[in-house]
Ligand binder design. Structure first.
Ligand SMILES: C[S@@+](CC[C@H](N)C(=O)[O-])C[C@H]1O[C@@H](n2cnc3c(N)ncnc32)[C@H](O)[C@@H]1O
Length: 178
């Protein structure tokens, strides 16, 4: 019995340490792992004007809730990238149990992600990091792509701002590139 409690404590400590390490890793890479509120998703999706056949990329996809919600409503393809393996495993698991096969989740840095075939890009990232991907967003994306930024405005895209939607906690800003 005594041994059981020691083992349980050990498993808990290892799990908690891994979780804390993964949170710090997310933060150091560009943004902490904080998910978009589920209650805000429907409104964000509505304002993104998604159409069947579109390809959607989520930058820093966390547990993939945005892409999963979109894929349940529309016939789209999607890619979620995140540097943190833990939310990626969770996203894959959640997609599998919901029987969603049109979206993929990859352990990958946003900076190594090709954005040229995206019709919609969704991101919930810190302004400091968003600044570092300015040329990627401006040069790699195709004409007409919608970029949705949850919680933070993207200053260098100001002239492309077409819509703002108020969510549970934060606004989401929509930029239509031309
Ligand atoms: C604020 S969370 C948003 C999660 C998800 N998009 C959502 O809205 O629920 C930011 C995510 O970006 C990821 N991230 C931070 N920097 C990254 C980078 N350079 N490349 C890929 N993912 C990154 C973090 O690991 C974290 O999961």
């Amino acid at each position: 019995m005594y041994l059981f409690f020691i083992l349980a404590e050990l498993v808990f400590l290892i799990g908690a340490s891994l979780y804390l390490i993964s949170l710090s890793y997310s933060w150091l890479s560009g943004a902490p792992y904080v998910a978009t509120k589920r209650k805000s998703l429907a409104k964000i999706i509505e304002h993104a004007h998604i159409q069947d056949g579109q390809n959607i990329i989520e930058l820093g996809s966390g547990d993939g809730r945005f892409l999963q919600a979109v894929a349940k409503k529309y016939s789209i393809t999607g890619l979620g990238v995140d540097v943190n393996p833990l939310p990626i495993f969770k996203a894959r698991f959640l997609a599998r149990i919901q029987k969603i096969s049109t979206i993929k989740f990859k352990i990958q840095n946003i900076k190594d992600t090709d954005l040229s075939n995206a019709d919609l890009i969704y991101a919930y990232l810190l302004p400091k990091f968003i600044k570092t991907i300015e040329s990627q967003l401006l040069k790699q994306t195709k004409k007409g792509v919608m970029i949705a930024s949850h919680a933070f405005k993207i200053d260098y895209l100001e002239k492309y701002l077409v819509d703002t939607v108020k969510g549970e906690t934060f606004k989401t800003y929509f930029y239509k590139m031309s």
